[in-house]
Ligand binder design. Structure first.
Ligand code: BTN
Length: 241
C-alpha cells in the first residue's frame, strides 16, 4: 500500500480527499505537522511535532448512512493498540479515545458519496503521542493528554503506527465480513459513555439524559427525564457528572 509522507500539510484529511478518487483503498497520508488540522464540528485540531496525524483512504462500497460505523471501527482499533501498551484506554462517544478521562486521540471521518453509495471514506486520526503538552495552546490543553505522559516514557512512533495499521486492517476485515453487532459489542465494552448522565449539544439543541446505548449506525441513545428515548447521530457530548 502506498504511503504519502509529508513534513508539513494543511490537513492530511484535505490532502487525502484531493487524491482519494485516483488512489487505491488503504492509501495512507501522514504528516509530521499540520498547519490547519481540523477537528469535528468545525473545530481546530492543534497538530505540532511529536504526534501522529494521518488519514486512511477506504473504499468500502457501503451506503452513506453506514459511513459513521467506520469511526467506531477506527476508535476501537486505536483503543486496542493503546490497551496493548498496558494503558486503560476508553472510548467516549462518538470518537474520542481517552486515558484516565483525558483525550489522546480524535477521529474525523469524511465521506464522498454518489447517490447513496460511498465512493470513498477518509478516516482522519490524530494521536497525541510524544509532544509536550506545553506545545498545545492552553485553551486546547485542558482535558488532553499524550501517550508519553501517560506511559512515562517516549513512544516509538513507527512501531506504534505499524501496530495500529495492522489492528485497523483486522477490524476492517471484521467490519466487512461479520455482522456489525460484533464490532459494536467490542466498542461497547470499551465505552465509558454508556450508563452516564450526559449533555449532548447539536447545532439545533441540547439533549440531556442518561446514555443507555448505541444504535447500529453509531447514534447515541439517550433516555431523558420524561423517560422517552432519543437517538443522536452527531454532537458534542459532555459528561454531566
Ligand atoms: C476531533 O476529535 O475533533 C477529531 C480530530 C481529528 C484530527 C485528525 S489529525 C489527522 C486528520 N487531519 C485533520 O485535519 N484532522 C484529522
Amino acid at each position: 500500500k502506498k504511503i504519502h509522507y509529508y513534513e508539513e500539510v494543511t490537513s492530511t484529511n484535505s490532502t487525502a480527499k484531493d487524491i482519494a478518487a485516483s488512489e487505491e483503498e488503504g492509501t495512507l497520508v501522514i504528516a509530521e505537522v499540520q498547519k490547519g488540522g481540523r477537528g469535528r464540528l468545525g473545530r481546530e485540531w492543534v497538530s505540532p511535532h511529536g504526534g501522529i496525524w494521518m488519514s486512511v483512504i477506504l473504499k468500502p462500497g457501503i451506503p452513506l448512512r453506514h459511513a459513521s460505523r467506520l469511526t467506531l471501527v477506527a476508535g476501537l482499533a486505536v483503543a486496542n493498540v493503546i490497551r496493548n501498551m498496558g494503558l486503560d484506554a476508553r472510548i467516549k462517544w462518538p470518537n474520542d479515545v481517552r486515558i484516565n478521562g483525558k483525550k489522546v486521540c480524535g477521529i474525523l471521518t469524511e465521506a464522498k458519496a454518489e447517490v447513496d453509495r460511498v465512493d470513498y471514506v477518509v478516516l482522519g486520526i490524530g494521536i497525541n503521542v510524544n509532544m509536550d503538552l506545553k506545545d498545545i495552546p492552553e485553551s486546547f490543553r485542558a482535558g488532553s493528554t499524550t501517550l508519553k505522559a501517560e506511559l512515562g516514557s517516549h513512544i516509538k512512533r513507527v512501531s506504534f503506527l505499524q501496530d495500529f495499521l495492522f489492528e485497523l486492517e483486522q477490524q476492517y476485515i471484521l467490519f466487512k465480513t461479520q455482522p456489525f453487532s460484533h464490532i459494536l459489542n467490542d466498542w461497547l465494552a470499551l465505552s465509558d459513555t454508556i450508563g452516564r448522565e450526559v449533555k449532548v449539544t447539536t447545532p439545533s439543541r441540547i439533549i440531556e439524559g442518561k446514555a443507555v446505548g448505541i444504535t447500529p449506525d453509531g447514534a447515541l441513545v439517550i433516555r431523558k427525564a420524561d423517560d422517552t428515548k432519543e437517538e443522536i447521530i452527531a454532537g458534542r457530548c459532555i459528561y454531566a457528572r
